[in-house]
Design a protein around this ligand. Structure first.
Ligand code: OOB
Length: 559
């Protein structure tokens, strides 16, 4: 099936079409826990379960336009809920599984969400405490839906979610024959909000990115077309499906919208992933560069049959040419580099690109309607091949963050170009090479860490006078984080002025509910922070000074 045929459709309409045309084809395979067979559901089952879920949520009082923070691991629950929410025109606010109280609070503050769908699994015994704390600080929150993915394999699809008190969602009434029962009051219009994605950040604390039904359908379906997805495709979601890359580029939704099969892995562990690739004859999957390194290492001695794999997408952070060159010979599939952003723009290397472009560039824009400018510090266009900031505009790139008029004036030009904060150079063929960035974000192996967010938390420590977060080069992750701290009396000045240790700061940040991946890898105590003429911390100089102190290849100091 050619994705082009669906270009004007919504994701949900495409999915319903498949449920009608080939109800018994497998839509989703959840790998289950180790030692469990996993659960398979057909297009018809997916369609019916999404209807029932939408119906039950509707009875609970959730409706079009309501925001629901969704924090679920790769699981049937997650995909069903996304499809159900798209169907009922409610808006999923996507949190990552690693987020904790600090990030979840931020998402509630920004979105005014009325619901929180959360699995017990990533928090273990903490989940109750987290949801209680979120409830206490956000009066807008009316419904907490819990999913317990441990039991997903044993349960009826109807019973995947419970409300917080353990009660099943309100019943859907008598089942109608032939599946689909839920009838939304009106189908989604292309301009209706579909998803709120968290920005990796350009400046300051992260913002929410409003993606509409129309732009996200374009994103998903055009990506599926570029990747050649169709009914014979089997896509393995090894990265968290809550990432835009895994969800819709083309990812889970692109596979479902073109009638293929999605295999959900609990994580990207190479041993488990290789077993799934062999068992389910996976054709397509997506990784970040550090995970690719782990897969390459595993493939060197693993006996698994990976011959079904046709395309391996790698994106989210810069891939070295050396690792890129190993994909074909060592994994036996075609590499596709992907340079994307939750704000919209997606670049892909294409199947028919010469090898040199596939190995050395991060691809070219998805759409002929994507507009690209490479500009200098004064936002003057640079000649072809020069390195400058990438500005972009296009059919699926947002024109502003959600409810953030002040920040939008900085992040977007008056005529709607998004200032990506990435430094790129364009080739004659229209491909882009990512050369660096000017935004204040550390890209830790694909996980984005907005410096200002961590600095705000560090500055709250009683023995921190000033703090700055910088990235330092790392052979596995590309970059790690280093907190540069000027000790001294912090906000609640304490008599004890010993410089804080990394372990103390790490404990303090965890206590404040910061996601573990944002806790700095390293601490440098400094007398002062270098400043620019304008009085801002000179991150470039600081980063270079710190990198010079660290012997090449040194392991980060243990926390
Ligand atoms: C993806 O999306 P985000 O929103 O988490 O992060 C976007 C940023 C980009 O602005 C760039 O700084 C960096 O991540 N990035 C890359 C890259 N892909 C993303 N830097 C170098 N090389 C690459 N290939 O990360 C994302 C969204 C959709 C598809 C793929 C990745």
């Amino acid at each position: 099936m050619n994705a082009m045929e669906f270009r004007t459709d919504s994701i949900d309409a495409a999915l319903r079409g498949h449920a009608r045309r080939h109800p018994l084809r497998p839509a989703l395979i959840a790998s289950g826990q180790p030692g469990r067979p996993g659960q398979r559901i057909t297009y018809q089952q997916l369609d019916t379960a999404a209807d029932r879920l939408a119906d039950r949520l509707d009875r609970l009082g959730l409706g079009p336009g309501d925001r629901i923070v969704v924090q679920l691991p790769n699981s049937l629950e997650f995909i069903l809920l996304i499809v159900g929410l798209l169907r009922m025109r409610a808006i999923a606010v996507l949190a990552l599984p690693g987020h904790r109280k600090s990030e979840i609070d931020h998402l509630f503050r920004l979105s005014g969400a009325v619901g929180y769908a959360v699995s017990r699994q990533p928090y273990g015994s903490d989940s109750g405490a987290l949801t209680d704390a979120v409830r206490a600080s956000h009066p807008t929150l009316r419904h907490v839906l819990t999913a317990d993915t441990d039991r997903a394999g044993d349960r009826d699809l109807d019973d995947l979610f419970r409300t917080l008190d353990g009660a099943p969602l309100p019943g859907a009434g008598p089942q109608r024959a032939g599946g689909s029962s839920y009838r939304p009051s009106a189908p989604a219009a292309p301009s209706d909000l579909a998803l709120l994605l968290l920005s990796g950040g350009t400046t300051g604390t992260p913002k929410l990115i409003p993606r509409t039904h129309g732009d996200y359908a374009y994103n998903v379906l055009a990506s599926a077309e570029v990747c050649g997805l169709g009914q014979d495709s089997v896509y393995l979601a090894a990265l968290p499906a809550a990432h835009n890359f895994t969800l819709g580029c083309p990812g889970v939704l692109g596979t479902l919208a073109t009638g293929g099969t999605v295999v959900l892995a609990a994580d990207a562990d190479p041993g488990r992933a290789f077993r799934l690739i062999e068992r389910e004859r996976v054709t397509t999957t997506a990784l970040t560069p550090p995970l690719l390194k782990l897969w390459l290492a595993e493939a060197a001695w693993s006996g698994h049959d990976l011959s079904s794999l046709r395309t391996l997408q790698v994106g989210g952070a810069r891939l070295s040419r050396a690792d890129a060159a190993r994909v074909g010979p060592e994994l036996g599939c075609r590499l596709q580099q992907v340079f994307g952003m939750a704000e919209g723009l997606l670049c892909f290397t294409r199947d028919d690109d010469p090898d040199d472009l596939v190995l050395s560039t991060q691809g070219r824009p998805l759409s002929a309607a994507d507009e690209i400018r490479v500009v200098d510090d004064e936002e003057r266009d640079l000649p072809l091949g020069a390195v400058g900031q990438l500005l972009t505009r296009g059919p699926y790139t947002v024109r502003g963050y959600y409810g953030a008029p002040e920040q939008n004036a900085g992040a977007f030009t008056a005529d709607g170009w998004f200032r990506t904060g990435d430094l790129v150079r364009a080739t004659r063929t229209g491909h882009l090479v990512v050369e660096g960035r000017i935004k204040d974000v550390v890209n830790r192996g694909g996980e984005k860490i907005p410096a200002a967010e961590v600095e705000d938390h560090l500055a709250a420590h009683p023995r921190v006078a000033h703090a700055a977060l910088v990235g330092i080069p790392d052979p596995l992750l590309g970059e790690r984080t280093c907190a540069c701290v000027v000790p001294g009396a912090g906000p609640d000045s304490a008599p004890d002025l010993r410089p804080p240790t990394l372990a103390e700061l790490a404990g303090f940040l965890r206590e404040r509910g910061l996601a573990a991946y944002k806790v700095p890898d390293r601490l440098e105590i400094v007398d002062e922070l270098p400043r620019t003429g304008a009085g801002k911390v000179d991150k470039r100089r600081l980063g270079a000074e710190i990198a010079a102190r660290i012997p090449a290849g040194a392991a980060p100091a243990p926390a």
